[in-house]
Design a protein around this ligand. Structure first.
Ligand code: PRP
Length: 184
């Protein structure tokens, strides 16, 4: 038992379940993307672990990029404005972009990024998310590839954080409420 496990209320997906799901997703994506010379774009920081696993599960010829964004949405402002803090490093004109995310929540981030990549001349933008939380959606956006659909609970691990911690848990779990003590 690691030192972070005591903060977990319950495990939603074990390391094994995640690996099995990603293997199946990778095969599905391979079928759809094998002739598309896709560019996989991971959204930092949460998606970094999923990115590493999904690109190896999907054995297509591809390149990888990383983008970082910050969101200015908060409880009082639902504008959901998104700002790019680290941009991708290559011309994407005519490319088939596959955005790799750890979680699709309100949809603000992916709604923005889809527009952004289309404006920059991408041929297509598809979305691959490990977790989908449709109950929280405020933007009309759906993912093309979904690992698991999750309830509206505070999930951490496998890249997902609480106050930048727990990202390195190998499984996905629900945080005990006393850990975040009502300050979600
Ligand atoms: C999370 C997640 C997505 C975004 C999804 O990132 O990685 O990028 O929120 O939420 P949305 O659908 O409501 O836009 P976060 O801002 O927590 O940063 P992180 O990736 O560094 O953890």
């Amino acid at each position: 038992m690691g030192m972070m496990d005591q903060d977990i209320l319950k495990v939603l997906y074990t390391e094994k379940q995640i690996a099995a799901r990603i293997e199946a997703m990778g095969m599905e994506m391979y079928g759809a993307l094998k002739d598309k010379d896709p560019l996989f774009v991971s959204v930092l920081r949460g998606a970094f672990i999923f990115m590493a696993d999904i690109v190896r599960a999907c054995q297509v010829r591809c390149d990888v990029e990383f983008i970082a964004v910050s969101s200015y949405g908060n409880a009082t402002s639902s504008s959901g404005a998104v700002k790019i803090t680290h941009d991708i490093q290559q011309d994407i004109t005519g490319r088939n972009i596959v955005v790799i995310e750890d979680i699709l929540d309100s949809g603000n981030t992916l709604h923005f990024l889809k527009q952004y990549f289309m404006t920059k001349g991408a041929a297509s933008v598809s979305i691959c998310t490990l977790l989908d939380k449709p109950s929280r959606r405020t933007k009309a956006i759906t993912a093309d590839y979904i690992g698991f659909t999750v309830p509206d609970e505070f999930v951490v691990g496998y890249g997902l954080d609480y106050c930048q911690k727990y990202r390195n848990l190998p499984y996905i779990g629900v945080l005990k409420p006393e850990v975040y003590s009502g300050e979600e």
